[in-house]
Design a protein around this ligand. Structure first.
Ligand code: FE
Ligand code: FE
Ligand code: ZN
Length: 276
């Protein structure tokens, strides 16, 4: 099964997102758990979730990806910022329990000068504080571009976080094609080598979702500027190889390209055309 979708606005609820997804021929989607900048989260509406789950089953919508707000930073040097991240993530995970078959993806964070080791310890500490054995949502670390003091640009850093989380079987990884390329992994030029490295360091069984984005910048640029599929440095052919790679089958592929809905619809059509 080829699960392809894009990031959608969550302001109108789950049923509306499901309907929007179907309107652009998507069969999965990603959404922010709350306003990407702000802090306030709307309570989950049980009627909306129930209506969505009915249509989801009918339409065959696959695993969803919930994205934590960009602004949280579990490894900031500022204690209050770390505390805010912990509370936000705990609350997100609590609310996501209402929704089956969803992953919760977050950016590991930026150590803001504390150093990678200290940052990794704080990220793992946050996860150990919020993960509960009863939760059914998988929590995903996103591979990052390695911009500034960002943690997660190297697979080894993600491995270290996973190793320090007690409930590590609840954890997975979301691979962002723009980010890994920016971080220095040549996904466009040598996909096999990148996936072999991922498997060796992290393990492909940890891989739960793909953010499918082209990059405005060349390999190793560490910029994190997304481009539409085929309009960046990775190029259209790279994405044909990515979506058809045997190691990546069955995963949700989520577009986070600079687009409105018609643009996403066109990209989804293009990717479906390239799918063998
Ligand atoms: Fe992200
Ligand atoms: Fe991403
Ligand atoms: Zn990005």
């Amino acid at each position: 099964m080829f699960f392809i979708g894009c990031h959608l606005s969550s302001s109108k609820g789950f049923l509306a997102m499901g309907q929007t997804a179907l309107s652009i021929h998507a069969n999965t989607f990603q959404f922010f758990t709350r306003n990407p900048r702000g802090s306030r989260a709307k309570p989950v509406d049980p009627a909306d979730v129930a209506a969505f789950l009915a249509m989801r089953q009918e339409a065959g919508i696959g695993t969803l990806v919930a994205h934590a707000p960009y602004t949280i930073n579990p490894c900031s040097a500022d204690q209050r910022t770390r505390e805010f991240a912990r509370q936000t993530m705990a609350d997100d995970l609590d609310r996501l329990e209402a929704l089956p078959d969803v992953c919760y993806n977050f950016h590991p964070g930026s150590h803001t000068g504390q150093g990678t080791e200290a940052g990794i310890a704080q990220i793992a500490g946050t996860l150990n504080a919020i993960l509960l054995p009863t939760q059914r949502t998988a929590v995903l670390l996103e591979t990052m571009a390695g911009k500034g003091t960002e943690i997660g640009g190297r697979f080894e850093e993600l491995r270290e976080i996973l190793d320090r989380v007690t409930l590590t079987d609840r954890m997975g990884v979301c691979l962002d094609t723009c980010h890994v390329s920016d971080a220095g992994y040549d996904v466009a030029g040598d996909l096999d080598a990148v996936l072999t490295a991922f498997d060796k360091v992290i393990g492909l069984t940890r891989l739960r979702a793909i953010h499918i984005n082209d990059s405005l910048n060349p390999v190793g640029a560490r910029k994190d500027r997304h481009a539409r599929i085929g309009e960046g440095c990775l190029g259209r052919e790279a994405f044909a190889r990515i979506i058809n790679h045997p190691a990546l089958q069955g995963l949700p592929f989520i577009l986070e390209t600079p687009n409105e809905l018609p643009g996403y619809a066109a990209e989804i059509a293009l990717l479906k055309e390239m799918k063998r």
